[in-house]
Design a protein. Structure first.
Length: 354
């Protein structure tokens, strides 16, 4: 059954419709502490939410783990969920990823609906059927492909976001622009993230989601062209995993997923220019935009081997060979590309020194 994505300004009506089309006995809502405080009040008075049993987990990607997953399973059990129950995931990508995985595995699978509340989850995590959790320091190491029955996008939730989380989601939109066409890419680079216009962002959001939908429809299980959506993510996931390791070692705050992707875009654009002739002027335009709004991650030469080792654990790899999606120009996609360790270190040199 195809996932239905609805961009809505009438969330009460559309959510009631979505719930009514998912035949169920009991209704559950998954949130995290932050979403419970800021976003749940926007929908808790809806008639459709009257009988909902709310499950709340700790926020942040560091809690997208086995312990949180087991907690959700047990709360579903405690609430007498059956294989005919329905789970609504209200939150950012961490909630929709973990909640989708919990729903897909509880009683061998129950229906779920995603209501993403961050820009990142609207353009990326909640759409496309990827669910999962992190394992140790490895991103999204365990999960399944399974579509939500409905994804409801309402930009009203974006008013609850801080500046960093809005920018985090915008990085995925930049990626969508790079893999789609020059017009979309150029429009994205004109957008002022310092004083964001949410009304204009809505039109750009629709375009961005449609880029992902078209690709996922062609290749739902990531056997071919869906790998285009991994642009920026091979380096990005390594940066993100390194930041999680630093958090465990010394309590340094982990970087947000979108910031890691933005940094990954810098590296993989440079690699695209090196190996496939991506236009250097367009590369520098994009890199300049990223540096302006996302700053820099502090790494040194001493981190190179750890980052390359983290990349070797990426699920896209085959036989231990690090696999990339690269571009020869905006919208000109080349999947299943490789690079030597020396080339990867040159990417990291460029990232550090520009």
């Amino acid at each position: 059954m195809k996932q239905r994505v609805l961009i809505t300004h009438q969330l009460a009506t559309n959510l009631a419709m979505a719930i009514s089309e998912c035949e169920h006995d009991n209704l559950f809502v998954l949130t995290d502490d932050t979403t419970r405080e800021h976003c749940w009040p926007l929908i808790e008075t809806f008639i459709s939410m009257r009988e909902a049993h709310v499950i709340t987990i700790a926020p942040g990607d560091i809690h997208k783990n086995v312990e949180s997953l087991v907690y959700v399973w047990r709360e579903l059990e405690r609430g007498r969920a059956t294989r005919h129950s329905l789970l609504v995931n209200l939150g950012g990508g961490m909630v929709t990823d973990l909640g989708g995985f919990a729903a897909s595995t509880f009683k061998r699978g129950i229906d779920f609906i995603n209501i993403p509340t961050t820009l990142l989850s609207m353009v990326d995590a909640s759409v496309g059927g990827k669910t999962g959790i992190n394992l140790d320091s490895f991103k999204n190491e365990v999960g399944v492909f399974n579509d939500a029955r409905f994804v409801l996008l309402d930009t009203e939730f974006l008013r609850t976001l801080d500046d960093k989380n809005l920018r985090s989601g915008y990085a995925e939109m930049l990626k969508h622009g790079l893999i789609s066409n020059s017009r979309t890419w150029a429009e994205l680079l004109k957008y002022d993230l310092a004083t964001p216009d949410l009304r204009h962002l809505l039109t750009m959001l629709g375009t961005s989601v449609s880029v992902k939908e078209r690709i996922v429809e062609k290749d739902p299980k990531e056997k071919g062209i869906r790998k285009a959506l991994n642009f920026g993510h091979t380096f990005g996931h390594a940066f993100e995993s390194l930041s999680l390791l630093r958090y465990k070692d010394n309590g340094t705050e982990p970087i947000l997923h979108g910031y890691a992707v933005a940094y990954g875009l810098i590296c993989e654009l440079w690699l695209s220019a090196l190996k496939l002739g991506f236009p250097t002027e367009r590369m520098h335009q994009t890199v300049q935009y990223i540096r302006q709004y996302y700053g820099q991650m502090n790494i040194s030469c001493d981190d190179y081997d750890a980052l390359i080792n983290l990349m070797r654990h990426d699920k896209k790899n085959t036989s231990g060979i690090i696999n990339f999606t690269l571009l020869s120009d905006v919208g000109e996609i080349h999947i299943d590309q490789t690079a030597s360790d020396e080339e990867l270190k040159q990417c990291l040199d460029f990232f550090r020194e520009g």
